[in-house]
Design a binder for this molecule. Structure first.
Ligand code: HEM
Length: 255
């Protein structure tokens, strides 16, 4: 191995970017949990039009959203850099012969798909809609008329945020599991076992994602399909049910 390969694989890929990745990841997911468990219930307690609520949105949510969305970018970029700098990371990916093992490969693939979907939700749904909510809070504080679309935008952001909360439990399990629980396990699993498990996991995640976007029955309250997102308690239950299904599927399909 050349000195350059050693530097990129061991010091940048395996050490620096892995460490920065976990730091960025906890910042992102920590703020996701703050939004879900603290800010949303607290703002709901202020009522719909209260001045205190709009001030909190303008001063607190605006700052929290800045750190939240840039931490998601830092997590995504450092995660992808790990795969880019560790030579041969994707070589013969779903095969036992690439040095990492099938268990590791399928686990990190699922973790990455969930993480990338979550990052897309942050920028394409949550931030897009929160910009409307933030602008409305400033307008109302300035004595201008409230935007009638603000409540609908807030609802769309909330659904995606609770879906990210649901994905986060399984995402982190497979992210850490790749190097620790799945690595070296399931040595008799074949490439087709791994693909079957991967495709089942992706189909379940895609159905949940389509649902949180309100594409099955609309985003309004009263749509029973949106039960997982109607409270943070429901989202916590759903996140562990999803994790249980995926974990059992891995045990059954890869064994
Ligand atoms: C956004 C998309 C993400 C991508 C593309 C990504 C990618 C990766 C990659 C490639 C690895 C290395 C796995 C290996 O050892 O081969 C990894 C590990 C890890 N990631 Fe992510 N990740 C993402 C999101 C997250 C998030 C949101 C967190 C939350 C904290 C996170 C936490 C971790 C942890 C804890 C490890 C394990 C480090 C270790 O045990 O060595 N990742 N990730």
């Amino acid at each position: 191995m050349t000195a350059l390969e050693l530097l990129t694989r061991d010091y940048l890929g395996n050490f620096a970017f892995r460490w920065l990745h976990v730091l960025a990841g906890i910042t992102w997911i920590g703020l996701l949990y703050y939004f879900n468990f603290v800010q949303v219930p607290a703002l709901a307690a202020y009522g719909d039009e209260g001045k205190a609520r709009n001030m909190a949105i303008n001063q607190i949510a605006r700052r929290a959203l800045w750190w939240f969305r840039w931490a998601s970018v830092a997590t995504l970029v450092t995660g992808i850099l790990i795969t880019g700098l560790v030579k041969g990371y994707f070589k013969d990916f779903m095969s036992a012969d690439n040095g990492n093992g099938i268990g590791h490969n399928v686990a990190i693939s699922i973790g990455m798909v969930l993480g990338i979907t979550m990052a897309a939700n942050v920028w394409m749904v949550i931030w897009k809609n929160q910009k409307v909510v933030l602008a409305n809070a400033v307008n109302v504080l300035d004595g201008k008329e409230a935007d009638p679309n603000a409540a609908g935008s807030g609802r769309k952001a909330l659904l995606a945020s609770r879906q990210n909360m649901v994905f986060s439990v399984s995402m982190l399990f497979f992210m850490i599991g790749a190097g620790h629980f799945y690595s070296g396990a399931f040595e008799s699993a074949t490439s087709s076992n791994a693909w079957t498990f991967f495709i089942i996991a992706i189909v379940i995640a895609a159905i949940l994602e389509i649902n949180c976007l309100g594409l099955i029955g609309g985003p309004k309250a009263g749509n029973k399909m949106l039960w997982p997102y109607e409270s943070h308690k429901n989202a916590i239950i759903t996140s562990f049910v999803l994790w249980l299904i995926l974990w059992l599927a891995s045990e059954i399909l890869l064994a």
